[in-house]
Write a protein that binds this ligand. Structure first.
Ligand code: UD1
Length: 423
């Protein structure tokens, strides 16, 4: 397994291009299963999760070609030749569950392995399944697989009311509803930019959708969807992560393709801590004003609140802030695994359940650390950039799931970072 070696090197300055969103791409790709005609995505990120979704779609009979060095994904699902998503692929990536809605909606049946637990909590898929049941599907859970059937071969429009907000369940229900008979109303829908992006793409394919980006989405089912070409929205989590580079190291970085509306709540917290964020013609520019950052309190919430996927990275920044910060994690029950690793680097953090109290120190110290999940791994790199000495981040395969060309993007700003190839 590869490791990443980071050496603190003072202020960082430069320009970083932001890729298309992993989480948008992982829901746009399964949308190809809804139509016999080709779906082409541009601005795709080059990530291992995208390759995993490619393999999954291919295993179902879709053709997926990666063009222009992976920036373009040309997909075609003329027929779905296999309706079973195997455990071997699903266990690698939870987003695999997103093939269930499209297959069930198009052909009236699908079998998908249950994703199982994962490092950041139990993460069940019950809300996805309840949505399909509301739309008339008959579900049978056998041998770790969900066997789903739509009586008469077609789902029926329904009112789907989620007890709490789920990004994945909203996406699955939205895709399924586009081909259901009649009208579906999704209540308490997620409002994330990735949902809006999915809706835009489905609309280009001929779907009748209203209310995306609000908590109530109404879908009028159609008989068939057609082909389309769609650019993947900017990755707001990659954007937020790199906004933290000048915040934690000092300096000024311009993030190409950055949009303030994608990171509103996060940018407000940066402002509160003394970081300047301005809009430019090409994106966003971030710089640290004088001195240490100020401690701030953060609570993770569904969009438009502060994203859980930026909590670990924000914690790295607050480890060096002046004062005491309190971080509350409200989305996932076990998402502070980066805390013990940051403590190895000299951070002062007390975790009690879903709350972490961070007392800022003036300087972190480099240390060997272990990446425990995707966002945790990049938080350790950020901490390493700001630390004295060398930090060796082990198990970086998590990082490659969600961040393309990290070493290249950070070196371009003056960072000392290199990948050490594992066996
Ligand atoms: C998506 C993102 C992930 C992000 C998360 C929250 C993708 C591929 N992943 O994950 O990066 O951290 O949104 O912004 O887009 N839940 C249930 N039952 C369900 C579904 C979810 O109890 O059927 C719970 C989860 O365990 C969690 C909460 O609901 O506590 C929110 O999860 P959800 O929004 O569904 O996250 P994902 O779609 O899995």
């Amino acid at each position: 397994m590869d490791s990443i070696l980071v050496k603190g090197n003072g202020a960082l300055n430069g320009v970083i291009p932001i890729a298309g969103a992993k989480n948008a791409c992982l829901t746009l790709m399964p949308a190809t299963l809804l139509s016999e005609e080709p779906l082409t995505l541009t601005n795709a990120p080059r990530l291992s999760d995208i390759r995993t979704m490619t393999q999954l779609l291919q295993s179902l009979g879709a053709e997926v070609a990666s063009l222009q060095d992976g920036l373009v994904l040309a997909m075609s699902s003329h027929t779905i030749s296999n309706h079973t998503a195997d455990y071997d692929i699903v266990r690698k990536m939870r987003a695999s569950i997103l093939v269930l809605g499209p297959m069930l909606a198009r052909d009236g049946h699908a079998v998908v392995s249950l994703p199982g637990g994962c490092a950041i909590g139990a993460r069940p898929v019950d809300l996805h399944l309840k949505a399909f049941e509301a739309m008339g599907a008959e579900l049978d859970l056998r041998d770790g697989y969900v066997h789903a059937k739509a009586p008469g071969g077609r789902l029926k429009g329904a009112v789907v009311e989620f007890p709490f907000v789920s990004v994945g369940a909203t996406e699955n229900a939205l895709m399924a509803a586009t081909l259901a008979k009649g009208t579906t109303v999704i209540k308490n829908a997620a409002r994330e930019p990735e949902i809006v992006d999915l809706a835009r793409c489905l609309q280009k394919m001929g779907a009748q959708i209203e209310g995306e980006g609000t908590s109530t989405i109404t879908i009028q089912g159609v008989d068939r969807l057609h082909g389309a070409t769609h650019p993947v929205v900017t990755d707001r989590i990659e954007l937020g992560t790199y906004m933290l580079v000048p915040a934690i190291c000092g300096g000024e970085v311009e993030l190409l393709g950055g949009r303030i509306d994608l990171v509103g709540a996060f940018a407000e917290k940066l402002d509160e801590s003394g970081i300047s964020v301005t809009e430019t013609a090409r994106g966003l520019k971030v710089s640290r004003r004088n001195g240490r950052v100020k401690a701030v309190n953060v609570t993770t919430e569904p969009f438009p609140g502060f994203p859980t996927d930026l909590q670990a990275q924000m914690m790295a920044l607050l480890c060096t802030a002046d004062g005491v910060s309190v971080l509350e994690e409200k989305i996932f029950e076990n998402r502070f695994m980066h805390a013990p690793e940051l403590i190895r680097m000299g951070a002062k953090i007390d975790v009690h359940g879903g709350t972490a109290k961070v007392t800022g120190v003036s300087k972190l110290k480099g240390a060997p650390v272990m990446a425990t999940d995707l966002r945790a791994s990049v938080s350790l790199i950020l901490a390493g950039l700001a630390a004295e000495g060398e930090t060796l981040v082990n198990r970086v395969y998590h990082l490659d799931r969600g961040y393309e060309r990290v070493e290249e993007k950070l070196s371009a700003c003056g960072a000392k970072i290199e990948r050490i190839k594992g066996n």
